[in-house]
Design a protein around this ligand. Structure first.
Ligand SMILES: *Cc1c(COP(=O)(O)O)cnc(C)c1O
Length: 380
């Protein structure tokens, strides 16, 4: 049997919508992106605005630009994340300040954030790791106490809830979602910046398209050609082809969640009582999106992560590793002189974590095959 790491759930409705875009000729940002933005804002609720972009990385860059991050400003980020979280700070000449995560949840904590605050700190970028919400009440309290902005890296977090509220409508400056190919909903490549701050949304809309004060669709609709350039903007707009996918993926977000939960539950039941740390679920009125399912080998395991990974691979099961902690990468290590002892939890997870296949409509037989293969590998 072979088990893919991920399979996007693209059906007739997505395909028909994309074909419609190809036939109507409006390929770039147009009516479908507008429709997707409106539907996304409505889905999150709380009166937020949604600004569609061509990646979450672009959205994070725009959010930091809009809150005024500039040269030598410090932005606190988790060490255990995808490199995009930190790289966008460098785009603006700022410095990411890396902090360790909690080992149990793999999320950044208010305590570690507060310990990293200096005179130069301007913002915090929490990552809702794997789709489990950070303890945002504490993080927001720290931000308010020190006058810091918060931009949530919500790449894994649709639909994640914190205290019953969707991520995207919390009391932060912005949250940015990813629609990369293997994210919980996908547009191939794409992202969404969400904010309640009207000025921030306006700035992001301007900066996502060359600093124009109006976009091509607006000019087309009004029949007026004149536009102004008010800033040296970027080329971060979402295409209507991607928007066409997003409209239908979003409609299925709740179904996708139920499916991911089913897979996560089956893994949890099948992998218990093994020398593994399994992911913790959200508690109370929080909701985990189950974007990825990460297991970590305990010290007592008789195999290493790399051995387990290879065994699964030899048996036709494709896994991944989320993540190599940023302090282990050449650029971040050398640029900021990072050493593993500063990030004991992230370092440990970086050595023993691996991500199992998980996708919508993954057959039980595949899940069970992954479980059985892990069990026999661990009993070597
Ligand atoms: C995927 C991801 C991103 C970047 O998303 P793109 O849409 O690919 O730019 C940022 N942060 C985290 C934590 C991610 O997993």
């Amino acid at each position: 049997m072979t088990v893919p790491f991920f399979r996007p759930h693209i059906k007739a409705e997505e395909i028909a919508e994309v074909v419609d875009s190809l036939e109507n000729g409006w390929l770039t940002t147009g009516p479908k992106v507008q429709k997707f933005e409106a539907a996304f804002a409505k889905y999150l609720g709380g009166g937020v605005e949604a600004v569609a972009v061509n990646s979450a990385t672009a959205g994070l860059h725009l959010a930091l630009e809009a809150i005024g991050i500039g040269p030598d400003d410090e932005v606190i980020v988790p060490d255990y994340t995808f490199t995009a979280t930190a790289e966008v700070v460098r785009y603006l000449g700022g410095h990411p300040v890396f902090v360790d995560v909690d080992y149990g949840t793999m999320n950044i904590t208010a305590e570690n954030i507060e310990a990293a605050i200096t005179e130069k700190t301007k913002a915090i970028m929490p990552v809702h790791f794997a789709g489990l919400p950070c303890k945002m009440t504490d993080i927001i309290a720290v931000a308010k106490k020190h006058g810091l902005k918060i931009v949530e890296d919500a790449a894994h977090a649709i639909p994640t809830k914190y205290n019953g509220a969707m991520i995207g409508q919390l009391d932060t400056d912005a949250a940015v979602f990813s629609f990369y190919a293997n994210k919980t909903i996908t547009t191939g490549e794409g992202g969404m910046l969400v904010t309640r701050d009207k000025e921030l949304a306006k700035r992001a809309r301007t900066m996502r398209l060359h600093g124009f004060n109006r976009d091509a669709f607006d000019r087309f609709k009004t029949g007026k050609w004149r536009y102004d350039v008010v800033a040296p903007g970027y080329k971060y707009n979402m295409t209507d082809i991607a928007g066409a996918l997003g409209i239908h993926q979003l409609k299925k977000a709740e179904y996708f969640l139920q499916e991911r939960k089913r897979v996560a539950k089956r893994y949890a039941a099948g992998l218990k009582n093994l020398p593994l740390d399994l992911p913790v679920d959200a508690d109370g009125s929080d909701q985990h999106s189950w974007h990825i399912y990460i297991i970590r080998l305990q010290e007592s395991a008789k195999v290493t992560r790399d051995q387990l990974f290879d065994t699964l691979s030899d048996n036709g099961i494709t896994c991944s590793v989320h993540y190599t902690p940023l302090h282990n990468f050449t650029y971040w290590r050398d640029r900021y002189g990072l050493t593993p002892d500063r990030f004991p939890n992230a370092h440990r997870a970086g050595n023993n974590a691996m991500t199992l296949p998980l996708y919508v409509e993954m057959p039980d037989a595949e899940i069970d095959y992954v479980i059985e293969t892990i069990k026999s590998a661990l009993h070597l």
